[in-house]
Design a protein around this ligand. Structure first.
Ligand SMILES: CC1=C(CCC(=O)O)c2cc3nc(cc4[nH]c(cc5[nH]c(cc1n2)c(C)c5CCC(=O)O)c(CCC(=O)O)c4C)C(CCC(=O)O)=C3C
Ligand SMILES: [Fe+2]
Length: 378
């Protein structure tokens, strides 16, 4: 059974595609990038102008592309170190290098069966189905061009994989250590993720997920699980068993009359300061790298609110290109490859919820507007 436990054969896959959000790389990119992100999504003009300013403040450059280049290098190094000859490609939803160009290159290089790692750890329309719609759109372009048919399989959600959880436990401990010694044991944890419309949260996950249809759906249930895993490990490492923690939200968008998940991190900081909190560590479990939502919404906006309040804060780093995360991607790929070959395999996951599904059911994480073709589903 040793082979079943530690698979090393990537067949039937002949390429890995890193699929991400994309971001502007100069001031002239900002407006067209925002147009790509928000096309047909009913985001108020004022919100767009405001978000544009976040990017202009950083010279019009989002850190996300550089972070994906670093992850790409980490993946290639990890594959090479493990004798895995699989090529790794990269394509984005909203900015160059675009997904359709990456898939075209994959096809032209002679590959046909592609494993896809989306840089989104949790269930939900934005992080799951929308990427699969993007894959379907890109495959349709390739078909129109008369290129050979590719099969794309999206790797499962990785929020409870040890290669994602363990680095965040350590960065949370490192952020606690940045606080003055006398505050550390009393510091609270605020786990943050992207706010989404409450209706989108409620319908997140697969129809047979016990959290589906509950307020928050699988999106919130999975974040609570991740937060719990980190909080528990931090309690063990610091010996503080009763440290308060809460899941809160950031980066709210959309029209004000539509309900989104709350509380917002800034309101939460205000509330905790009024309640007498000594300090707060912000832990952005919703994100894979320290991109603009982290650099602006947490490091700029929330840090400014904390300063106004006189509340000491620190922020934990996201996993980024941590070698353990790169190794987790390899493990997920080899796990799925074994499953596709019909070979029994261990499905690594921490906590109570277990490993998520490999193939999304057709009704998983529905499009909140209108149904559209999506790839990589039953
Ligand atoms: C769940 C989720 C994640 C986490 C999972 C994942 O990572 O996938 C995420 C990540 C990201 N979101 C990002 C940027 C933006 N998101 C926007 C708008 C929206 N996000 C949404 C959800 C999510 N977003 C939603 C429901 C909207 C409303 C419009 C719509 O229904 O689509 C807007 C429009 C302007 C505004 O903020 O209103 C921008 C610019 C960046 C890039 C950062 C950079 O440049 O470094 C990243 C990684
Ligand atoms: Fe977003």
């Amino acid at each position: 059974m040793a082979d079943a436990q530690t698979p090393t054969d990537p067949a039937p896959y002949d390429a890995l595609l890193l699929l991400s959000f994309g971001g502007p790389e100069g001031p002239e990119d900002v407006v067209p990038f925002l147009e790509n992100v928000t096309r047909g999504r009913g985001i108020p003009k004022e919100r767009l102008a405001e978000v544009g300013q976040h990017y202009f403040r950083f010279g019009g450059v989002s850190p996300i592309n550089e972070q994906n280049r670093a992850l790409l290098s980490a993946l290639r190094k990890d594959f090479a170190d493990h004798g895995l000859g699989l090529p790794v490609y990269w394509g984005n939803r909203n900015w160059a290098p675009y997904l359709v160009d990456a898939l075209r290159e994959i096809a032209d290089d002679g590959h046909r069966r592609v494993a896809v790692l989306a840089t989104s750890a949790y269930a939900g329309y934005s992080g799951c189905r929308q990427y699969r719609e993007n894959l379907a759109d890109a495959l349709a372009v390739l078909a129109e061009e008369g290129r050979p048919v590719l099969t794309v399989d999206k790797l499962r959600h990785f929020y409870n994989h040890p290669g994602f959880v363990q680095p965040m436990i350590e960065t949370t401990l490192a952020a606690l250590a940045e606080l003055p010694a006398g505050l550390r044991d009393r510091a609270e944890l605020a786990f943050t993720t992207h706010s989404i419309p409450t209706a989108m949260a409620e319908s997140s996950g697969s129809p047979d997920d016990p959290a589906r249809g509950t307020p928050g759906g699988a999106y919130v249930a999975q974040h609570l699980e991740m937060a719990h895993l980190v909080a528990e490990a931090v309690a063990g490492a610091t010996g503080v068993a009763d440290r308060p923690w809460q899941l809160v939200y950031q980066s709210r968008s959309g029209a004000p009359h539509i309900p989104w998940l709350d509380p917002d991190i800034c309101d939460h900081l205000t509330e905790r300061q009024e309640a007498g909190a000594a300090a707060v560590v912000m832990v952005p479990i919703g994100f894979v790298s320290d991109h603009m939502e982290v650099k602006y919404d947490l490091d700029t906006e929330a840090v400014a609110r904390a300063a106004e309040l006189g509340l000491p804060v620190a922020r934990a780093a996201t996993v980024g290109a941590d070698p353990r995360f790169a190794a987790a991607v390899r493990e997920l790929l080899l796990e799925r490859a074994a499953t596709e070959r019909g070979v029994p395999v261990a499905r690594c996951a921490l906590g109570r919820l277990g490993a998520g599904h490999d193939v999304c059911p057709a009704a998983c994480c529905p499009n909140p507007r209108a149904p559209r073709p999506a790839a990589a589903q039953a």
